[in-house]
Design a protein around this ligand. Structure first.
Ligand code: G1P
Length: 274
């Protein structure tokens, strides 16, 4: 059973400056809901109710969002707008939220390691909130948990990308598991390679299921691409033992870490809401 979901949320969101100067990028809204709330909803739909959030300086709005706002609730009680808080209230009731701060920004691997204190020794999910995923029938995390239950090892979600985009992602090489067309046993993985060095066009997106030995590996993982501790490098150690599955998820993904992806997501959710 996967019971906890880790949200690395300490990054600066520099691509959205000046909007992210005093507002966490995870709080930027797609329509009326902040990005991180979509991630929490996806985790809850997958049966996870313990949310572990790695924050940093300037991220308090995330904590306030997943809490009651007495003054506001008092103001709108009984009025026509009260229902606008129904969804977030239900989330707060069904989930617990715990937080720890990443003091120095040393990369995604380091952020995940910072979360060890909230996760402990059990397998857990990771959601990068700026990858917004949608699937009507079954959320991406829920799909991945099914895969985890079958293979009992770390799972990364992947998507085919144009080769000229490989420098933006962790890229895997693997062998299709017999009898499947969407599940690979990972043999190699490289963080943000140039197209000429990319082992395939299968890119990791911001959804992971990790086994807890990843923490021990991360403690010994040197800084890699960009001088940062990379989760891709730590996962490669597990992959060498045959312990990483890459799963081509069903559904849509929007890269809301970029302005183009953010606008695309906004338009798509807007049309869907009409
Ligand atoms: C991170 C990971 C990368 C992964 C990506 C998915 O990169 O390092 O391997 O493909 O998330 O969104 P970032 O987008 O944080 O630079």
């Amino acid at each position: 059973m996967i019971k906890k979901c880790l949200f690395p949320a300490a990054g600066y969101g520099t691509r959205f400056l000046p909007a992210t100067k005093a507002t966490p990028k995870e709080m930027l809204p797609i329509l009326t809901k902040p990005l991180i709330q979509y991630g929490v909803e996806e985790a809850l739909l997958a049966g996870i109710s313990t949310m572990a959030i790695v924050t940093g300086r300037g991220k308090r709005a995330i904590e306030d969002h997943f809490d009651i706002s007495y003054e506001l609730e008092h103001q709108i009680k009984g009025g026509s707008k009260e229902c606008l808080l129904d969804e977030i209230r239900a989330l707060i009731e069904q989930c617990t939220f715990s937080y720890t701060r990443q003091i120095e920004m040393k990369g995604l691997g380091h952020a995940i390691l910072t979360g060890e204190t909230l996760i402990g020794r059990e397998p857990f999910a990771v959601v990068l909130a700026d990858d917004l995923c949608h699937n009507e029938e079954m959320g991406v995390l829920e799909q991945m948990i099914e895969v985890y239950e079958k293979y009992q090892c770390s799972v990364v979600a992947i998507e085919e990308i144009p080769l000229d985009q490989t420098h933006k992602y962790g890229v895997i090489a693997g062998k299709l598991v017999d009898g499947t067309d969407d599940t690979y046993r990972v043999k190699d993985m490289v963080e943000k390679p140039d197209p000429k060095d990319a082992p395939s066009n299968l890119a990791i997106i911001g959804r992971y299921i990790l086994t807890p030995d990843i923490f021990d590996i991360l403690k010994n993982t040197p800084a890699g691409k960009g001088g940062e501790i990379q989760i891709t490098d730590a996962l490669l150690e597990q992959a060498k033992q045959g312990n990483v599955i890459a799963y081509k998820f069903k559904g849509k993904r929007f890269d809301c870490g970029s302005v183009d992806g953010f606008v695309e997501a906004t338009n798509w959710f807007y049309r869907k809401s009409k």
